[in-house]
Structure formats: C-alpha cells, structure tokens
Design a protein around this ligand. Structure first.
Ligand code: PMP
Length: 376
C-alpha cells in the first residue's frame, strides 16, 4: 500500500545541532558556475506595470519569475535539494536509479540533476501532462512511465503506487517522494522565502502561491510569517482539486481540470494548510487567459499555473492600499505548453476563446492602444 501518510520530518525551529536547514550562507553570483545545478535560485522579482493597474488595483504587484531556473521551473529547487539531501545521508550514489512521481516539473529538476551527476532517472507522470514536458525529460535522458489522469492518489494505477512497483522491481533504486520529503518545503523556507524577503527589503503585505504538493506555499508561507507576522499568505487551487479550506470552497469535489502542476485529490504530507490565510479557487479559463495576458501585456513568458496565481492575486489584493506589496509566484514558463494554451487553436477547441478571436488580435490591440503608448 502507498506510504503517503508517513510524516514529513521538517521542523522549522529545530535545534541548530540537529537542524535540517541549509548551513551555507547566500553568496554573490560567481562569474563562472562550476556546473548548471549551481545556477538554481536567485530568480528575478519583476513589477507588473499594466495588468493590476487595468484591473483597478492600488498596491504594487511583483512576480517571482521561477522559470529563470535552469530546468525552467520552481521545482528545480526541490529536485536538486532532495537529491543532494539523499546523497548527504548516504541513501543514494551516482549510478543508482531515481524514480519520481511528478506532474513534470519536479521530474525535470530531478532529471537535470541526474544528467549532471550520473544517475538513471524514471519519471512517473499522468497522461494529462504536456508532450513538451515529455520531450524535455527524454532529452535529459529520463525514462517516462505514463499513468491514467483519473487514477485516484491511492489507486494501484496512481503515480505513487506505480513508482513503488518500479522501485521494488529495480535494483539500487530510490524514490525521493516530493509529497513527504522535508527537502521540498525546506528548499523554499531556506531559499525562496529569503530571496523574496531581501528583494522586498523586508516589507511584504501579501504573497500568492499555487499549491500542488504544497511545498512552495508551506516553505515560503511559514518563513515569511516568522519574519513578518502580518503578511497574508494566499493559496490558489483549481476547481476539481480539494486542497482548499474550508471544504465548502471545493465546489464539485474531485474532477478534471486542464491547468498542470496545481491541485490534488488528497492532502500531501508537506502541505501545512495552517500557514494559508485564504484560499482562492481558480478556473481553467481565467488561468489561461491571464497567462496569455502576462505574455502579451507584460512580456512574461509564463505557464498556466502562473496565470492562476495572478488571477487569484487580482481578487485577493483588491483591498491592499497604495504602497503595499503583493508578491506572486510564476512557477513555470510558456515552454511547457507551446502546443496547449499558447496555441489559439487549442484555446478555441477548449472553448476558452471564441472562433473569431483566433489570429485576430484586435482585442489585445485595443487594450494596448488604451495605454496610449508613446509613438516613436
Ligand atoms: N505550478 C507548476 C507548473 C508546478 O509544476 C507545480 C509543482 N507541482 C506547482 C505550480 C506547485 O508547486 P508545489 O508542488 O510546491 O505546491
């Protein structure tokens, strides 16, 4: 049976002698990096200049561009952290096989580290996830096993049960298991949160973060609350997922949705819902339209869950005042979805835009001309 309920061993205020936290202090970026894995993190924080203003927000909205990581997503941080933690504990060594259930981005982070360090890598991924992710994983040398999207988390066809069967059948293999691995929230508690804190000079009023495993929201949320007790932690969760609380927000219960990487049909061990002040449910349509607006109006080449987070932020930050700061995580990029929401034919086939809007950009042009850009 799946070992989901095992405890996450993460202790945020642990005794320094036994603490699992990173001991190294942050260093300025070197001129030359010894390998690509060292470029993970220290991602840019960028101001939104059009969308929040057009939607009547008074506060500043800043986005943390996690797609600047070398594998293209926020999950590079944990792929490398979990692998190196396991190496330090002597659990794995180059030549071994790492098997990971993933919606793709953790898989890419783990596969990137495996390529650099010399491990075999097998990623177990639901059918729903994009072919772009499959091709990136294959290019990194990973083997891929697909499982049915509709398989429940605890079913024998689910990604964890399949990963466990593969592990049992493969000598010298190991599952890092992002759903219960302390390295997942710790990567964000030790690094992502501190980067945001310093980038904002310690003044942050709200953070908006989508939850999949919940590692990002748990790690960033807990650290920022220790540093800034009044910060509001907002989590986005798609309809069709049941991560949001209170439960009556999860209208319709477990169901299919298109946005990748966020939402689940169970509460992962690494998700601490007590750090979240408010959950905002999101639809596929608003997420993809917002992702397209981020690309078109702000030049931010982000993915679908980035659109969900910004859509949630626009609702949650309505009452913030001028001078207050709202930080939104952009977890991955356009690269993973070139044949999905980036394609207008796909958007029309899914009924997110109407046929007359395919290759007819007048609706964007109206918005842009309203901004009265200076003519050269
Ligand atoms: N967005 C995308 C695109 C992702 O791949 C993930 C990771 N599953 C998330 C958001 C959510 O991150 P976390 O697992 O830390 O909750």
């Amino acid at each position: 049976t799946p070992d989901w309920p095992s405890r996450c061993t993460w202790k945020p205020n642990a005794d320094p002698k036994t603490s699992p936290h990173t001991k190294e202090t942050r260093q300025p970026r070197p001129k030359i990096f010894p390998d690509i894995l060292k470029t993970v993190g220290e991602t840019p924080l960028v101001r939104l200049n059009r969308i929040p203003q057009a939607e009547g927000l008074k506060c500043d909205v800043f986005v943390k561009c996690e797609y600047f990581n070398p594998g293209g997503s926020v999950k590079d941080r944990i792929g490398i952290r979990m692998l190196e933690d396991a190496e330090k504990k002597g659990l794995i060594k180059p030549g071994d096989t790492l098997i990971e259930p993933s919606s793709g981005n953790t898989g890419i982070g783990v596969a990137l580290a495996c390529a650099v360090k010399g491990y075999r890598c097998i990623i177990v991924m639901a059918m729903k996830m994009s072919n772009e992710k499959v091709n990136v994983l294959k290019a990194l040398g990973a083997e891929i096993v697909r499982v049915p999207t509709e398989a429940a988390f605890d079913s024998p066809e689910g990604s964890l049960a399949v990963a466990q069967r593969l592990r049992d059948a493969t000598p010298n293999s190991y599952i890092l298991n992002q759903y219960k691995n302390s390295g997942n929230p710790l990567a964000h508690y030790d690094h992502t949160a501190m980067e945001i804190y310093e980038q904002c000079d310690g003044k942050i009023d709200m953070v908006v973060i989508g939850a999949g495993t919940g590692g990002t929201v748990t790690g960033i949320g807990r650290r920022l609350k220790e540093l800034i007790p009044n910060v509001q932690v907002i989590a986005s969760d798609p309809y069709g997922s049941i991560l949001a609380a209170p439960d009556n927000l999860n209208e319709g219960g477990v169901g299919f949705y298109e946005v990748e990487g966020i939402g689940y049909d169970f509460i992962p061990v690494v998700l601490d819902r007590s750090v979240v002040d408010k959950w905002v449910k999101t639809t596929d349509k608003e997420s993809f339209i917002m992702a397209k607006r981020l690309i078109r109006e702000e030049g931010l080449l982000s993915g679908g869950s980035s659109g969900a987070n910004v859509a949630a932020a626009l609702k949650a930050a309505k009452n913030l005042k001028e001078g207050q700061k709202c930080v939104v995580i952009l977890p991955d990029s356009i690269r993973n979805y070139l044949t999905k929401f980036v394609s207008e034919e796909w958007m029309e086939a899914k009924r997110y835009i109407s046929p007359e809007n395919i290759h007819n950009h007048s609706w964007w042009d109206d918005k842009v001309s309203n901004l009265q850009l200076e003519k050269p």
